[in-house]
Design a protein around this ligand. Structure first.
Ligand code: MN3
Length: 295
């Protein structure tokens, strides 16, 4: 089961202006083939379906624990899309076509389907699907797949970074490049303990260090690239049997941190009356608040 904390894994900057076309590109990192929905659901189903858990506990713990971190990653990318869409349109009577700024934007579903928020789909508007989940039951093959998935995710993050200078997008991408690097390394190390093959030598894919990206460099300076957070009050302790030893960058030892990162607030999204979202007048909200206080 899951506990939930009403915080994002990092603090996102407040955007100065709307950037809806860049938000459409960022959707790829949420609901694309290599997006956070895919990492989340691959590791989640592999943990559900794991055979021989008691004998292979460190591998089960690793997959289950990283899956839980990925829940916070879909949350973070969704918050990024939401912040980037905020302010694209202004309130107005329907007759004045207040949503007309959206008509020539790349993703009109953001304006028709979700009231200027994230959806579970990619940068071209195609919805994410379960066919992206690989859960073969063969531990080495599943781990190899996960290593591949993290490398593909890294390639797409870097390409989206190259598409936009938006500070909210780049803050999120910088952090997730570092976390994805941890996950790729963790799966590589797991494969090494099982097979003896030095998979970490393949990294980084693509061949550019995270330190080339200022927003990632900041998190590396904090040691985030050496930490595997244990996302449970009591469980998944055996990740420490895989996540240990010197960091690949040679700048210290890998460490398991008990509990999640301190993170930052979940941004409050303003009302968008021209979308009827949330669709309550100020006096109705005041009336509801009065009722809730009384009961
Ligand atoms: Mn991730």
């Amino acid at each position: 089961m899951y506990l939930r904390i009403d915080r994002l894994q990092i603090e996102l900057p407040q955007p100065k202006e709307a950037d809806p076309n860049a938000a459409a590109a960022v959707q790829e990192l949420l609901g694309g083939r290599f997006g956070e929905m895919s990492t989340l659901m691959n590791y989640t189903y592999q943990s559900f379906n794991f055979r021989g858990r008691d004998k292979l506990r460190p591998y089960y713990d690793l997959i289950a624990n990283i899956a839980t971190e990925e829940l916070g990653h879909i949350e973070l990318v969704a918050a990024t899309v939401n912040l980037m869409l905020t302010g694209t349109t202004k309130p107005g009577d329907p007759e004045s076509a207040p949503l007309s700024p959206a008509v020539n934007l790349r993703n009109t579903h953001h304006f028709i389907g979700t009231a200027q928020t994230a959806f579970v789909g990619n940068s071209m508007g195609a919805f994410w699907h379960g066919d992206y989940v690989f859960s073969s039951g063969n531990l080495v093959l599943d781990l190899l797949h996960n290593f591949f998935l993290e490398c593909g995710a890294r390639l797409h993050k870097i390409r989206v970074y190259e598409m936009t200078t938006n500070p909210v997008a780049r803050e999120m991408i910088g952090y997730l490049l570092v976390r994805g690097g941890v996950h790729a390394t963790a799966y590589a190390k797991a494969l090494e303990t099982l097979t003896g093959v030095q998979v970490t030598k393949l990294l980084p894919i693509p061949n550019i260090e995270n330190s080339k990206f200022p927003e990632a460099r900041k998190y590396e300076a904090m040691g985030v690239h050496r930490r595997l957070y244990r996302f449970s009050p009591e469980d998944y302790r055996e990740i420490a049997k895989i996540w240990r030893g010197p960091a690949p960058a040679g700048d210290g030892d890998l460490e398991v941190v008990d509990g999640p990162p301190a993170g930052g607030p979940v941004p409050d999204l303003p009302e968008v009356p021209e979308e009827f979202a949330p669709g309550l007048a100020p006096e109705e909200i005041a009336e509801i608040a009065k009722k809730l206080a009384a009961s």
